[in-house]
Design a protein around this ligand. Structure first.
Ligand code: HEC
Length: 188
């Protein structure tokens, strides 16, 4: 009798340990934001082979990934980083709260780009043209794409512009926004 109780207790306890150890033992709001980040990570990764031109573009899948990123960025992301939530096991740097403007701007920029990707989901890759005249259409789009990328560091490309861009152009801007925030606000 006694033995049975002990065994059950041990199994129960180890179950708790396993779930608490995901994300280095994070709980509460820290775990919530890590989960959101992981979801975005999967969404971005799921698009890599398409963006590299290795498999055909699937606009429905691109749209779904864009929506997942959209749901976990912007104000939703910002609210998951309240002041004082940067202690171990979080990798969030104190810089987030010393001057939250840049952090918040990157979170908002990501959401705008996610909406842009949703709208650009049916567009071809850079250098591909929908009509078949590779040279003309492709290089024009590249031209405007590059121009917008250049401008995006100062101000954001607006949604209408993003919707016209090659789909991998918007995708690249998203990937850059993830790394821009991580390199400044996430510890190694
Ligand atoms: C506004 C800043 C910001 C943006 C934008 C951002 N992240 Fe993060 N990300 C963070 C911070 C800060 C952490 C560390 C959170 C913690 O440990 O508390 C993090 C953590 C992560 C993690 C690790 C989660 C874990 O389980 O520990 C992944 C994966 C991730 N981000 C993916 C992404 C992807 C993909 C994007 C872009 C689509 C993105 N992030 C955009 C700030 C950002």
């Amino acid at each position: 009798m006694n033995i049975n109780i002990t065994v059950t207790g041990a199994i129960f306890a180890s179950g708790i340990a396993v779930s608490a150890w995901a994300h280095g033992g994070a709980t509460g709001i820290v775990k919530e934001r890590m989960d959101g980040m992981s979801t975005m990570g999967k969404a971005v990764k799921s698009l890599v082979p398409m963006m590299q031109g290795k498999i055909p573009l699937d606009s429905a899948q691109i749209r779904a990934a864009a929506q997942a990123i959209g749901q976990h960025s912007g104000d939703t992301l910002i609210k998951l980083f309240p002041k004082g939530s940067g202690d171990h096991p979080s990798k969030a740097k104190p810089a987030i709260w010393q001057d939250p403007r840049d952090f918040n701007a990157l979170a908002e920029q990501l959401q705008t780009l996610a909406k842009g990707l949703e709208q650009a989901a049916g567009n071809p890759l850079m250098g591909q043209s929908s009509g078949g005249s590779m040279m003309g259409g492709g290089s024009n789009m590249m031209g405007s794409g590059t121009g917008m990328m250049g401008g995006s560091s100062a101000g954001m490309a607006d949604l209408e512009q993003l919707a016209q861009m090659p789909v991998d152009g918007v995708y690249n801007m998203i990937a850059k926004t993830c790394s821009a925030c991580h390199s400044r606000f996430r510890a190694e």
